[in-house]
Design a protein around this ligand. Structure first.
Ligand code: HEC
Length: 155
């Protein structure tokens, strides 16, 4: 073997392909990064979730589902979107309790429903716009919220 063997040259086309791949993968990575960093900050971190779940559980102890039904169907405009506009404007309530149980683990169904009402942007149901009013925390008392969650858990 001669000492002066030329170093293997990388052909120009191979360099071109490598460069193109770098740009494509770099772009995808950047995009994923931007999408991930835009995730709503309202969603509780997993270690905060246990406290959140316990708080909602505590509210439910004194909740009245019948009063919740009245609030949902007449006191506030929930039914306009969720019953009259079910499947178009907003997801219908039928089967909500079952869906809510697995929608955002480790949140329980009750905690998921509670947060969906108080921070609508925290979980946006697939196929729907983030169009739910976000002023319910100032319009509903804790008792109202508890009653509504208790009622929706029966749906
Ligand atoms: C202007 C229409 C509108 C009104 C009024 C409204 N919502 Fe919603 N709601 C939505 C839309 C759209 C979604 C789906 C997007 C999202 O998850 O934010 C939603 C999602 C939800 C969810 C999660 C549903 C699921 O299937 O996961 C719950 C629970 C909920 N709303 C409860 C309520 C309650 C209770 C009220 C009244 C106090 C109410 N909403 C009023 C439009 C509305």
């Amino acid at each position: 073997m001669s000492a002066s063997a030329p170093a293997p040259r990388v052909p120009l086309w191979a360099m071109g392909i490598t460069f193109a791949l770098l740009i494509v993968f770099g772009g995808v990575f950047l995009l994923e990064f931007i999408v991930a960093s835009e995730a709503p900050a309202a969603t509780p971190a997993p270690d905060g979730a246990a406290a959140y779940v316990a708080t909602v559980e505590g509210l439910l102890a004194t909740a009245d589902p019948a009063r919740g039904a009245t609030l949902v169907n007449s006191g506030f405009e929930c039914h306009v979107c969720h019953e009259q506009g079910a499947g178009r404007v907003a997801p219908g309530y039928d089967g909500l309790a079952a869906r809510a149980a697995t929608a955002a683990p480790p949140l329980t169904a009750a905690a998921y429903i509670y947060q969906s009402i108080t921070e609508p942007g925290a979980h946006v149901v697939d196929g729907y716009a983030n169009a739910m009013p976000n002023n319910y925390p100032s319009r509903l008392s804790e008792q109202d919220l508890a009653d509504i969650v208790a009622y929706l858990l029966t749906r």
